[in-house]
Design a protein around this ligand. Structure first.
Ligand code: FPP
Length: 239
């Protein structure tokens, strides 16, 4: 490994702790989500500054539909507003927005807002921001298996030719490299159905800070920590 500081090419974040942040202040949970937008901006700024090429944010899991209707509705509104408000700044920074997850379950309004931000930012070359929306890893892997099974049934692919690359290419994340660093805020140390296949060799970092309090400096700390880690990918160092 060279002496040059190692920068992860792909950082993925589980933005956790909005609800607790709000409850600690006697506020509604929705206010915690609203306070979670600034750390998204801060993370993007820091990621661009460090030269990170892909930033994935776990914004809404398939399980999150089970939250109270008012909270789900507020989150949907927040996504629509945020993508519309942030569009000019994202374009200015050269950020390309993409999505993973099943968007068909969202309302037409949300789907339209997502398609708009994707097309408005399609030419961004500085960083790809991947929003995981109505996403869970098991659902993604299940859908990938269905795609592969259909190809086998159609005679396009033999079962014995299915390899790891076949699976990777059938996932929503096919166009992107695996995450090098996964951050989960709020002190929880779990992956919670997030990028399970792709996280095989990712470094994990669990800062105590609640997501609304996550700052550029916190992102810098995660990058510093990553640079210190010794990634061997199951090999022996120096061989
Ligand atoms: C998890 O905290 C957070 C979410 C389910 C929502 C994440 C959404 C945002 C940060 C809003 C901004 C995002 C974008 C992409 C514009 P939690 O509610 O589970 O917190 P808790 O564990 O403390 O209850």
């Amino acid at each position: 490994m060279s002496e040059q500081k190692r920068i992860p090419q792909h950082v993925a974040i589980i933005m956790d702790g909005n609800g607790r942040w709000a409850e600690l202040r006697g506020k509604e949970r929705c206010e915690g989500h609203a306070a979670g937008v600034e750390p998204v901006r801060a993370s993007l700024r820091a990621a661009v500054r460090h030269g990170v090429k892909f930033l994935t944010l776990y914004a809404f899991s398939t399980e999150n539909w089970g939250r109270p209707a008012a909270e789900v509705e507020a989150l949907m509104e927040l996504f629509c507003q945020s993508v519309a408000n942030e569009a000019p700044e994202l374009v200015r920074q050269g950020v390309r927005v993409r999505m993973i997850g099943e968007r068909s379950r969202f309302s037409d309004k949300v789907q339209k807002a997502l398609s708009e931000i994707e097309s408005l930012t399609a030419r961004g070359e500085t960083l790809t921001l991947i929003l995981a929306l109505n996403y869970s890893s098991r659902s993604e892997i299940t859908r990938a298996m269905q795609r592969i099974a259909r190809r086998v049934a159609a005679g396009e692919l033999r079962a014995e030719d299915i390899g790891e690359e076949t699976v990777s290419q059938a996932l929503d994340t096919a166009p992107y490299p695996d995450p090098d660093l996964i951050i989960r805020t709020s002190g929880e140390q779990r992956l919670s159905n997030f990028l399970l296949w792709q996280a095989s060799y990712a470094e994990l970092w669990f800062p105590e800070v609640l997501w609304p309090d996550f700052t550029e400096e916190e992102f810098d700390r995660a990058i510093e920590e990553y640079a210190r880690r010794d990634r061997r990918f199951g090999l022996v160092k120096g061989k």
